[in-house]
Design a protein around this ligand. Sequence first.
Ligand SMILES: [Zn+2]
Length: 441
Amino acid sequence: MKRRRILAQLYAARESAPGQFRAAAVALAVSALSVVGAFATVAERQAPAIDQVALIESIALSPSIGSEAESPAFVREERIERGDTVARLLERLGVDDDQAFEFIRTRPEVAALSRQLRPGKTVSVRTSAEGRLLRLDFPLNAKVAALIIERQGEAGALGVSERDIALEARVLMASGEIRSSLFAATDAIGLPDSVTTQLADLFSGDIDFHRDLRRGDRFALVYEMDYADGSPVRAGRILAAEFVNQSRVHRAFRYRASTGQESYYGEDGKSIRKAFLRSPLEFSRVTSGFAMRFHPVLRKWRAHNGIDYGASIGTRVRTTADGVVEFAGRKNGYGNVVVVKHAGRYSTLYAHLNGFSPAARRGARVAQGDVIGYVGATGLVTGPHLHYEFRVDGQYRNPLAMALPNAAPLAAPEIAAYREQVEPLLSRLNLIRSGSLALLD
Ligand SMILES: [Zn+2]
């Protein structure tokens, strides 16, 4: 079964129950978890050796375990890319349905789909586990209108309509535990990819998601999802998140300051943005697949003077902090290398690059997260990887062992309002963690 780019995993029976707003929202996205909560309690009392995550996965994949559950549906969304065809787009969306392809090819009412394949537009589909198209939402030029192809019932015929879509934002909760990789854990609970990458991005100043994750790490989050006609169509932003990495607890809460600016802060009101990202590689489903995920024995730092990241050629390399490009060019064993000078005594180096981005010009200002080049295998290497060095006064240092400065904290007058907003989110996180979701159900 294709499980890539899953936006949400739903259970048809739950979907039709409107219920109270909060409880219904929870049941929709994490119906599997409420069952797990119950299992977990039993497991603790009787057989502590039972792997709780294994339960999460088996429940998520076998909807028949849940009493009300019927066949699962998958919601995926994709951005249209330059040069896309309808067929290519549907393939990326996991649609494996000849009848749907034929319908789209031959029905004149659907012609807008192929005429308006504008790059950047987001298309979402709902399919059965086998890839049968249940619904497709295609935004038309006017932002509020959409072309909707919908199947009448599980085995029914396809129909098409154009309508205004009223989006309804709901707040959902989810939690999971890392067993093999972050994406394996988020797939198991049906968390949308865009929420997973937001989660990794939120904590990118504290956690190197390519190297620091360990089996048993846990996360819990509260996030928004846009619904249209009762179906989730687009994942929104994270409102609150907790990530327990190697027993260290990291928390982040979204807050809109009185200036209107939104940002994420820790429980204490300090910004969770750090002056340096932990990793120069952005975290994605693709980059997460490399062997660096679990490092049983970390390479001896001093012998090596840098951190190596296995990644395929062309993977984007970001500068880990604001600064000025000091060098971009070829340097013996480093191959193509970029050196960025940062505030204070810090500089960073990115080596063996396949090529440079336009931003990587000597003397150019770069902001944290800007792409400066692409992973390659230039210089003295045996295979493609990124060699990353962190330097203080020109000396190699281990960034993981250093306390690095934070971005600005909330202004004192904001703290009271912040605490008021954070309080209910914090209790939600506690609720998810303790597995008491079953009570809400
Ligand atoms: Zn190296």
